[in-house]
Design a protein around this ligand. Structure first.
Ligand SMILES: [Zn+2]
Length: 102
């Protein structure tokens, strides 16, 4: 779980998921109110988490999975991604930008 760089308080799962699911990259700390940003590294991690949604489709390529099972696996994978997301979140006091040409 992430902790605030300013006041060192750990954010709860609920607080983190609530803050990260708004599209605004600036998240205010629930303890000190300081603006925190998700680090570039943790943003990459959460992006890779989204690939899990493709797993049922990949399985379907190799095995003959009944459509109903395939469809019902999507909400499960989706819930899994949402619940794992706050664990991968790391905070930074400054907004980081990807510089691919560095
Ligand atoms: Zn704080």
């Amino acid at each position: 779980m992430p902790f605030c760089r300013k006041c060192d308080n750990k954010w709860s799962w609920k607080q983190t998921s609530k803050k990260t699911f708004t599209l605004n990259p600036a998240m205010s700390c629930p303890y000190c109110g300081e603006t925190q940003y998700q680090t570039q590294k943790s943003r990459m991690k959460s992006a890779s988490l989204n690939f899990f949604i493709l797993i049922p489709l990949l399985i379907n390529i190799f095995f003959d999975v009944p459509g109903l099972i395939l469809l019902s696996s999507f909400p499960i994978v989706f819930i899994l991604i949402i619940s794992l997301h706050p664990f991968l979140t790391e905070l930074s006091s400054e907004e980081e930008y990807t510089n691919l040409f560095k």
